[in-house]
Design a protein around this ligand. Structure first.
Ligand code: HDE
Length: 694
């Protein structure tokens, strides 16, 4: 019979159990009370065909626990992927901040969660949506959470509008759809009535919301924060994450098809990259500015719908973030991680951004309903790595065992030889600073919006004029697509286009034409927009790196594929740090020219080219002839061409290229060095030949 077991104190069931005689028995299945289970297949019943007995504590406990396995999903950012890593400070910024994590050379453990915003936890990875980029730094001075997005501005200026934004964008209240996308009545009804959303809408309609990978998107703290140095001097700061691999996005048709091809496209990509040792990396950059700069700008630096152009305040790189460990358990870590913008450490402080101020309350509050207890900070993924102690007591799920009578303050218990507990530390403790503006928090109680927040269009225009021609066409086409989905409310598209006329007349005309509606009268602007010089930092295309690193090449083979040619392509892709993925009609593989059977990584029918960054067709004449009759093979090539990807092909594969309608251009090559170069980028110049964009 199995030995009774008892848990090692503090263990969580995943750790080693001890038998009473000291033998480790991690392999032994037990109840939550440590009772060894003898039969996990059959419940206890009265007779072989009789009723189940209430006495069966093994069954009851198992079903009871199962019934409670889910917790409420996040109201926003429900679908996410997390990973562990570290942050390393690479520059000396002690003149700006006393925060220990920014001491040059300091390494800080981190946990990062990326997310979509609108969809539920089980939705897909690739809708057009903003991505969350939340980083928890377990610093030696306590946890700092930088809870940002992949877009540097936000939809609204004041926290009081957040529930309206979220209600409007999430699935409609009566019908429960659409899941995860903004292309529906209620979102555009609301957005077209809120001119302050215009700048963010420009970003949302751009390819920024269609990232190729979580590894190839930027992150932003969005709000203006404050850095405080040892002398108590403060500066304004904006935080930026810049991906080491540069920026990459998909295009709309590809994103749509990805939703069908792989619901977990981003989650899988992140997990596999880390698993294979290709650790995703970002640089942390800061834009630092003072009161004089802030006051000289045509916008308010406290307005979260505005960015600070990098041309005005360059981004200074101060550290790097490396994600080098996947989670051990999705629920325990990625689901239970609790971010809170109010988690801040000495040396960093909040500004008076009214959106940030609202967030400081919300996140703490939401964790109580999600995680069910005020003690959620004790969950391993949330617990600070530095010591933490105070007089907060008890509550559901208290995991710690505070000792002694000292649970109030002040006390004189130490004078009597007892544990008195911790004391406040004026010299080291967090002290709130005044903003660099020296703005006083005193004032009349008013429900107002500062006049300095009134210009809603200048930066939307700045964004549009900073894009390449192809990016501008994508933005115009996205507006057309999204507004074409607005059904019942026929005044909405016109209202939206009326706003867009304040951004760019050409954009407004293109959208109106695409929708087939007359150009409406320009919406009155609360404050007349001003022209700002265009900024390259705002474009994806101008910030792409020509590299194969981190990119996947789909290599299509069939019976008869030349073995030498295949080996050479695979080796070359690997050498360039790309990921070769063999695709064949049968996953069991194809018989190569030398008689060898090459196993496939994916079957053609389930591995469409949208999951790759470039494709190679390594085919013999016979193999090509066979694939010409295979719809999935023709589609594979057609989509690679349509999604502006490089196609390298054996000369024998020509008939397949012809059947797929591939026309020669720089992205269509042989299987030589030219292909590797082409596979490092996309061919946006091809697009106007393939589809009509607005
Ligand atoms: Fe959030 N947001 N938010 N948000 N947010 C949440 O917190 C909220 C805002 C962001 O991976 C919630 O734990 C309010 C801006 C990310 O776990 C909730 C307001 C930005 C994540 C919440 C904002 C964000 C959240 C839902 C307006 C970019 C995911 C569950 C005042 C700077 C974090 C949760 C993760 C999550 C509230 C605005 C980013 C309800 C009230 C602006 C990345 O507390």
């Amino acid at each position: 019979m199995a030995q009774p077991t008892k848990k090692t104190p503090g263990s969580n069931g995943g750790e080693t159990h001890q038998t009473v005689d000291g033998r480790a028995s991690a392999e032994m299945l037990t109840t939550n009370q440590g009772i060894a289970v003898s039969d996990n297949q059959n419940s206890l019943r009265s007779g072989a065909r009789g009723p189940t007995l209430l006495e069966d504590f093994v069954l009851r406990e198992k079903i009871f626990h199962f019934d409670h396995e889910r917790i409420p999903e996040r109201i926003v950012h429900a679908r996410g992927s997390g990973a562990h890593g570290y942050f390393e400070a690479t520059a000396d910024i002690s003149d700006l901040t006393k925060a220990a994590l920014f001491r040059k050379g300091e390494r800080t453990e981190t946990f990062v969660r990326f997310s979509t915003v609108a969809g539920g936890a089980g939705s897909v990875d690739t809708p057009r949506d903003v991505r969350g980029f939340a980083v928890k730094f377990y610093t030696t001075e306590g946890n700092w959470d930088l809870v940002g997005n992949n877009i540097p501005v936000f939809f609204i200026q004041d926290a009081i509008k957040f529930p309206d934004l979220v209600h409007a964008v999430k699935m409609e209240a009566d019908r429960g759809y659409p899941q995860a996308g903004s292309a529906h009545d209620t979102f555009w009804d609301w957005a077209s009535l809120m001119p302050e959303t215009t700048h963010m809408l420009m970003w949302a309609m751009s390819d920024r919301t269609l990232p190729r990978s979580l590894r190839t998107m930027e992150g932003f703290g969005i709000h203006t924060f404050v850095l405080v140095n040892e002398a108590g001097e403060s500066h304004f700061v904006k935080f930026h994450w810049k991906p080491k691999l540069g920026l990459q996005s998909t295009i709309w048709d590809e994103a749509l098809k990805l939703q069908a091809a792989d619901n977990d496209y981003h989650r899988r990509d992140l997990f596999e990259a880390i698993d294979s040792g290709n650790f995703p990396e970002w640089e942390l950059g800061i834009q630092v500015f003072d009161k004089a700069f802030a006051e000289a700008q045509p916008y308010d630096v406290l307005d979260p719908t505005k960015l600070i152009p990098e041309d005005d305040v360059p981004v200074r790189i101060i550290g790097r973030l490396v994600l080098d460990r996947n989670v051990d358990n999705f629920f325990a870590e990625t689901e239970q991680v609790a971010f809170c913008p109010a988690n801040i450490v000495p040396g960093i402080d909040f500004s008076n951004d009214p959106l940030l101020q609202g967030r400081l309350f919300s996140y703490l509050d939401t964790q109580k309903s999600r995680l069910g207890t005020a003690n959620f900070h004790q969950i391993p993924v949330n617990a600070p790595r530095c010591p933490f102690q105070n007089f907060q007591r008890d509550g559901q799920m208290q995991m710690m065992v505070p000792k002694g009578r000292g649970n109030y303050e002040p006390n004189s218990l130490t004078d009597h030889g007892e544990e008195g507990g911790p004391r406040e530390t004026p010299a080291k403790g967090f002290a709130t600073t005044t903003e660099p503006t020296g703005e006083s928090e005193e004032g009349d109680k008013l429900r107002v919006r500062s006049e300095t927040f009134a210009d809603h269009y200048s930066q939307a225009r700045l964004f549009f004029i900073s894009q390449t021609e192809s990016e501008q066409a994508h933005i115009a086409s996205s507006f057309v697509f999204e507004l074409s989905k607005v059904g019942l409310l026929d005044q909405v598209p016109g209202r939206m286009v009326a706003n867009l006329r304040n951004v760019d007349e050409d954009l407004a005309k293109r959208v109106a034409e695409g929708l087939g509606i007359p150009l409406p009268k320009k919406a009155p602007a609360a404050r007349a927009p001003v022209d700002m010089p265009q900024s390259d930092a705002l474009s994806i295309h101008k910030n792409m790196h020509d590299t194969l690193e981190g990119r996947a090449v789909g290599i299509l083979i069939a019976d008869g594929t030349d073995a030498t040619e295949l080996d050479a392509v695979v080796a070359a892709v690997k050498k360039a740090k790309g990921k070769p993925v063999i695709v064949a009609p049968k996953v069991g593989g194809a018989k190569l020219s030398d008689g060898r059977v090459c196993k496939a990584d994916g079957q053609l029918a389930g591995s469409p080219s949208q999951i790759f960054d470039a494709v190679a067709l390594v085919l013999s004449e016979a193999g090509t002839a066979a694939l010409l009759k295979e719809g999935a093979a023709v589609q594979f090539v057609m989509d690679a061409f349509g999604h502006l990807k490089a196609i390298g092909a054996s000369s024998a594969a020509r008939p397949l290229l012809d059947k797929a309608g591939v026309e020669p251009d720089d992205g269509v090559t042989g299987l030589d060095a030219k292909f590797l170069k082409a596979a490092s980028r996309r061919f946006y110049a091809r697009e106007p030949k393939l589809r009509t964009l607005a």
